[in-house]
Design a protein around this ligand. Structure first.
Ligand code: ADP
Length: 271
Protein backbone atom coordinates (compact mmCIF):
# COMPACT_ATOMS: atom_id res chain seq x y z
CA UNK A 1 0.00 0.00 0.00
CA UNK A 2 1.42 3.33 -0.91
CA UNK A 3 1.43 6.11 1.61
CA UNK A 4 -0.82 8.19 -0.63
CA UNK A 5 -3.42 5.46 -0.87
CA UNK A 6 -3.48 5.10 2.88
CA UNK A 7 -3.88 8.86 3.23
CA UNK A 8 -6.84 8.98 0.91
CA UNK A 9 -8.49 6.05 2.57
CA UNK A 10 -7.92 7.45 6.04
CA UNK A 11 -9.12 10.90 5.03
CA UNK A 12 -12.25 9.47 3.46
CA UNK A 13 -13.11 7.96 6.79
CA UNK A 14 -12.82 11.44 8.27
CA UNK A 15 -14.71 13.23 5.52
CA UNK A 16 -17.18 14.76 7.98
CA UNK A 17 -14.29 16.69 9.50
CA UNK A 18 -13.59 20.07 7.93
CA UNK A 19 -10.15 21.01 9.20
CA UNK A 20 -7.76 18.68 11.00
CA UNK A 21 -5.27 20.56 13.17
CA UNK A 22 -2.53 18.91 15.22
CA UNK A 23 -0.77 20.61 18.13
CA UNK A 24 2.77 19.43 18.77
CA UNK A 25 5.89 20.32 20.71
CA UNK A 26 9.43 19.11 21.13
CA UNK A 27 9.25 18.87 24.90
CA UNK A 28 6.67 18.12 27.55
CA UNK A 29 5.52 20.77 29.96
CA UNK A 30 5.68 23.69 27.53
CA UNK A 31 1.91 24.21 27.45
CA UNK A 32 0.88 22.11 24.45
CA UNK A 33 -2.27 20.72 26.08
CA UNK A 34 -3.15 24.17 27.41
CA UNK A 35 -2.94 25.51 23.85
CA UNK A 36 -4.95 22.57 22.41
CA UNK A 37 -7.74 23.00 24.95
CA UNK A 38 -7.99 26.77 24.70
CA UNK A 39 -7.76 26.76 20.92
CA UNK A 40 -10.57 24.19 20.72
CA UNK A 41 -12.79 26.06 23.18
CA UNK A 42 -12.04 29.43 21.52
CA UNK A 43 -13.06 27.96 18.14
CA UNK A 44 -16.29 26.63 19.68
CA UNK A 45 -16.99 30.03 21.26
CA UNK A 46 -16.72 31.52 17.77
CA UNK A 47 -19.51 29.24 16.64
CA UNK A 48 -17.59 26.37 15.05
CA UNK A 49 -18.35 22.71 15.75
CA UNK A 50 -15.18 21.35 17.29
CA UNK A 51 -13.70 18.02 18.39
CA UNK A 52 -10.65 17.51 20.56
CA UNK A 53 -8.64 14.29 20.65
CA UNK A 54 -6.18 13.92 23.49
CA UNK A 55 -3.45 11.93 21.81
CA UNK A 56 -1.01 11.98 24.70
CA UNK A 57 -1.24 8.39 25.91
CA UNK A 58 1.55 8.88 28.43
CA UNK A 59 0.15 11.93 30.16
CA UNK A 60 -3.45 12.58 29.12
CA UNK A 61 -4.16 15.90 30.84
CA UNK A 62 -7.14 17.11 28.83
CA UNK A 63 -9.78 15.35 30.97
CA UNK A 64 -8.49 17.25 34.00
CA UNK A 65 -8.19 20.54 32.13
CA UNK A 66 -11.78 20.33 30.92
CA UNK A 67 -13.25 18.76 34.04
CA UNK A 68 -14.44 15.62 32.21
CA UNK A 69 -12.68 13.03 34.27
CA UNK A 70 -15.50 10.60 34.87
CA UNK A 71 -16.02 7.92 32.28
CA UNK A 72 -19.46 7.30 33.72
CA UNK A 73 -20.62 10.66 32.38
CA UNK A 74 -21.17 9.24 28.93
CA UNK A 75 -23.59 6.51 27.96
CA UNK A 76 -22.44 3.60 25.87
CA UNK A 77 -18.94 3.15 27.18
CA UNK A 78 -19.21 3.87 30.85
CA UNK A 79 -17.67 0.53 31.71
CA UNK A 80 -13.91 0.55 31.49
CA UNK A 81 -13.12 -0.31 27.89
CA UNK A 82 -9.64 -1.65 27.42
CA UNK A 83 -8.01 0.19 24.55
CA UNK A 84 -7.15 -3.12 22.91
CA UNK A 85 -10.87 -3.80 22.47
CA UNK A 86 -11.50 -0.71 20.36
CA UNK A 87 -11.12 -2.67 17.16
CA UNK A 88 -13.82 -5.16 18.01
CA UNK A 89 -16.17 -2.52 19.36
CA UNK A 90 -19.28 -2.51 17.21
CA UNK A 91 -20.83 0.74 18.27
CA UNK A 92 -19.03 4.03 17.86
CA UNK A 93 -17.82 5.73 21.01
CA UNK A 94 -19.74 8.83 22.04
CA UNK A 95 -17.41 11.68 22.93
CA UNK A 96 -18.04 13.77 26.02
CA UNK A 97 -18.99 17.38 25.42
CA UNK A 98 -17.75 20.33 27.44
CA UNK A 99 -17.84 24.02 26.52
CA UNK A 100 -19.27 23.00 23.15
CA UNK A 101 -16.26 20.78 22.34
CA UNK A 102 -16.54 17.03 21.72
CA UNK A 103 -13.74 15.43 23.68
CA UNK A 104 -12.10 12.04 23.62
CA UNK A 105 -9.01 11.07 25.58
CA UNK A 106 -7.00 7.97 26.31
CA UNK A 107 -7.46 9.19 29.86
CA UNK A 108 -11.14 8.16 29.69
CA UNK A 109 -10.09 4.55 29.37
CA UNK A 110 -7.60 4.34 32.17
CA UNK A 111 -7.72 5.12 35.86
CA UNK A 112 -6.35 8.52 36.80
CA UNK A 113 -3.56 7.06 38.90
CA UNK A 114 -2.90 4.18 36.56
CA UNK A 115 0.35 4.28 34.69
CA UNK A 116 -0.23 3.27 31.09
CA UNK A 117 2.73 2.55 28.94
CA UNK A 118 1.82 1.12 25.55
CA UNK A 119 4.82 0.24 23.44
CA UNK A 120 5.79 3.26 21.34
CA UNK A 121 5.39 1.23 18.16
CA UNK A 122 1.78 0.45 19.03
CA UNK A 123 0.86 4.05 19.77
CA UNK A 124 0.24 5.05 16.18
CA UNK A 125 -2.18 2.19 15.61
CA UNK A 126 -3.82 2.75 18.95
CA UNK A 127 -4.46 6.44 18.39
CA UNK A 128 -5.66 5.89 14.85
CA UNK A 129 -8.08 3.28 16.07
CA UNK A 130 -9.35 5.67 18.71
CA UNK A 131 -9.73 8.48 16.19
CA UNK A 132 -11.86 6.34 13.86
CA UNK A 133 -13.92 4.74 16.63
CA UNK A 134 -15.45 8.01 17.80
CA UNK A 135 -18.80 9.29 16.63
CA UNK A 136 -17.63 12.83 15.86
CA UNK A 137 -20.63 13.79 13.76
CA UNK A 138 -20.05 16.80 11.51
CA UNK A 139 -17.10 18.88 12.67
CA UNK A 140 -15.67 22.14 11.38
CA UNK A 141 -12.43 21.44 13.27
CA UNK A 142 -10.78 18.48 14.93
CA UNK A 143 -7.86 19.46 17.15
CA UNK A 144 -5.44 16.67 18.06
CA UNK A 145 -3.16 17.16 21.05
CA UNK A 146 -0.07 15.13 20.16
CA UNK A 147 2.42 13.85 22.68
CA UNK A 148 5.73 15.76 22.76
CA UNK A 149 8.53 14.62 20.49
CA UNK A 150 8.78 13.18 17.03
CA UNK A 151 8.14 9.44 17.32
CA UNK A 152 4.74 7.70 17.58
CA UNK A 153 1.89 8.40 17.10
CA UNK A 154 3.06 11.62 15.44
CA UNK A 155 4.71 9.70 12.64
CA UNK A 156 1.59 7.65 11.85
CA UNK A 157 -0.66 10.71 11.95
CA UNK A 158 1.64 12.64 9.63
CA UNK A 159 1.96 9.78 7.17
CA UNK A 160 -1.55 8.42 7.13
CA UNK A 161 -3.85 11.36 7.68
CA UNK A 162 -4.23 14.44 5.61
CA UNK A 163 -3.43 16.95 8.31
CA UNK A 164 -4.49 20.45 7.33
CA UNK A 165 -2.25 22.30 9.72
CA UNK A 166 0.19 21.91 12.58
CA UNK A 167 0.56 24.31 15.49
CA UNK A 168 3.83 24.15 17.42
CA UNK A 169 4.20 25.20 21.03
CA UNK A 170 7.43 26.17 22.75
CA UNK A 171 8.80 28.08 25.69
CA UNK A 172 11.62 30.51 24.93
CA UNK A 173 14.54 28.48 26.32
CA UNK A 174 17.04 27.20 23.78
CA UNK A 175 16.53 23.67 24.99
CA UNK A 176 12.81 23.75 24.18
CA UNK A 177 13.28 25.63 20.92
CA UNK A 178 15.88 23.19 19.63
CA UNK A 179 13.55 20.24 20.27
CA UNK A 180 10.58 22.08 18.79
CA UNK A 181 12.61 22.75 15.65
CA UNK A 182 12.90 18.95 15.33
CA UNK A 183 9.12 18.65 15.48
CA UNK A 184 8.94 21.36 12.80
CA UNK A 185 11.30 19.33 10.61
CA UNK A 186 9.10 16.25 11.09
CA UNK A 187 6.00 18.12 9.88
CA UNK A 188 7.83 19.67 6.97
CA UNK A 189 9.21 16.28 5.90
CA UNK A 190 5.67 14.90 5.94
CA UNK A 191 4.39 17.93 3.95
CA UNK A 192 2.08 18.95 6.78
CA UNK A 193 1.44 22.70 6.51
CA UNK A 194 2.81 24.38 9.62
CA UNK A 195 0.48 27.19 10.71
CA UNK A 196 2.99 28.68 13.12
CA UNK A 197 4.44 28.58 16.61
CA UNK A 198 2.95 29.65 19.93
CA UNK A 199 5.43 31.14 22.39
CA UNK A 200 4.30 30.21 25.87
CA UNK A 201 5.44 31.48 29.24
CA UNK A 202 8.06 33.82 27.82
CA UNK A 203 6.82 36.69 29.94
CA UNK A 204 4.96 37.11 33.18
CA UNK A 205 2.29 39.57 34.10
CA UNK A 206 3.29 41.43 37.28
CA UNK A 207 0.37 41.15 39.72
CA UNK A 208 1.34 44.51 41.25
CA UNK A 209 2.03 46.82 38.34
CA UNK A 210 0.25 44.86 35.58
CA UNK A 211 3.28 45.06 33.27
CA UNK A 212 4.68 42.14 31.32
CA UNK A 213 8.32 41.24 31.91
CA UNK A 214 10.47 38.51 30.39
CA UNK A 215 11.11 35.42 32.49
CA UNK A 216 14.01 33.84 30.69
CA UNK A 217 17.19 35.36 29.32
CA UNK A 218 17.09 35.93 25.60
CA UNK A 219 18.05 32.96 23.45
CA UNK A 220 21.74 32.65 22.74
CA UNK A 221 21.12 30.69 19.57
CA UNK A 222 22.23 32.36 16.40
CA UNK A 223 19.47 30.89 14.33
CA UNK A 224 16.67 28.39 14.80
CA UNK A 225 14.35 26.98 12.14
CA UNK A 226 11.42 28.25 14.21
CA UNK A 227 12.43 31.79 13.22
CA UNK A 228 11.16 31.07 9.71
CA UNK A 229 7.54 30.28 10.65
CA UNK A 230 4.77 32.67 11.73
CA UNK A 231 4.26 33.42 15.43
CA UNK A 232 0.66 32.59 16.29
CA UNK A 233 0.79 34.26 19.68
CA UNK A 234 2.74 35.04 22.85
CA UNK A 235 1.04 33.68 25.97
CA UNK A 236 2.36 35.12 29.23
CA UNK A 237 2.94 32.97 32.29
CA UNK A 238 -0.19 33.57 34.31
CA UNK A 239 -0.82 31.77 37.63
CA UNK A 240 -4.54 31.98 36.86
CA UNK A 241 -4.00 29.67 33.88
CA UNK A 242 -2.80 26.86 36.17
CA UNK A 243 -5.27 27.24 39.01
CA UNK A 244 -8.34 27.53 36.79
CA UNK A 245 -7.15 24.91 34.33
CA UNK A 246 -6.49 22.39 37.13
CA UNK A 247 -10.11 22.81 38.14
CA UNK A 248 -11.41 22.17 34.66
CA UNK A 249 -11.89 25.77 33.50
CA UNK A 250 -9.78 26.76 30.51
CA UNK A 251 -8.66 30.37 30.61
CA UNK A 252 -10.79 31.39 27.62
CA UNK A 253 -13.81 30.46 29.74
CA UNK A 254 -12.67 31.45 33.24
CA UNK A 255 -10.77 34.65 32.45
CA UNK A 256 -11.93 35.80 29.01
CA UNK A 257 -10.48 39.29 29.53
CA UNK A 258 -6.96 38.05 30.35
CA UNK A 259 -4.07 38.53 27.94
CA UNK A 260 -3.80 34.74 27.53
CA UNK A 261 -7.48 34.36 26.65
CA UNK A 262 -7.32 37.18 24.15
CA UNK A 263 -4.28 35.65 22.44
CA UNK A 264 -6.07 32.28 22.21
CA UNK A 265 -9.15 33.92 20.70
CA UNK A 266 -7.05 35.72 18.10
CA UNK A 267 -5.29 32.46 17.34
CA UNK A 268 -8.62 30.73 16.74
CA UNK A 269 -9.32 33.29 14.03
CA UNK A 270 -6.05 32.44 12.28
CA UNK A 271 -6.50 28.67 11.97
P1 ADP B 1 2.31 20.07 27.88
O1 ADP B 1 1.03 19.65 27.25
O2 ADP B 1 3.25 20.73 26.92
O3 ADP B 1 2.97 19.00 28.69
P2 ADP B 1 0.61 21.58 29.69
O4 ADP B 1 -0.31 22.34 28.81
O5 ADP B 1 0.12 20.35 30.37
O6 ADP B 1 1.96 21.26 28.92
O7 ADP B 1 1.17 22.63 30.76
C1 ADP B 1 2.04 22.23 31.81
C2 ADP B 1 1.66 23.02 33.06
O8 ADP B 1 1.95 24.40 32.85
C3 ADP B 1 0.19 22.94 33.42
O9 ADP B 1 0.06 22.92 34.83
C4 ADP B 1 -0.39 24.23 32.86
O10 ADP B 1 -1.54 24.67 33.58
C5 ADP B 1 0.78 25.18 33.04
N1 ADP B 1 0.77 26.27 32.04
C6 ADP B 1 0.75 26.16 30.70
N2 ADP B 1 0.75 27.36 30.13
C7 ADP B 1 0.78 28.28 31.13
C8 ADP B 1 0.79 29.71 31.21
N3 ADP B 1 0.79 30.45 30.11
N4 ADP B 1 0.80 30.28 32.44
C9 ADP B 1 0.82 29.52 33.55
N5 ADP B 1 0.82 28.21 33.54
C10 ADP B 1 0.78 27.57 32.37
Amino acid sequence: RSVIMVSKEARKRLENIGVLVVVGSGKGGVGKSTVSVNLAVALAKQGASVGLLDGDAYGPSIPLMLGVRKRTESKGWSAALPLADLKTQQRKIQPLTRYGVKIISVGFFIGEEQAVAPMPDALGLLMRQLLFSVDWGELDYLVIDLPPGTSEPQDTFCRELVVDGAVLVTTPQDIARIDTAKALAMFQRAHVPVLGVVHNMGSVLCPHCGELFEVFPRSTEQRNALDSIPILGDIPLDPGVVSMSDQGYPVVVSMPESVAARVFSEMAQKV
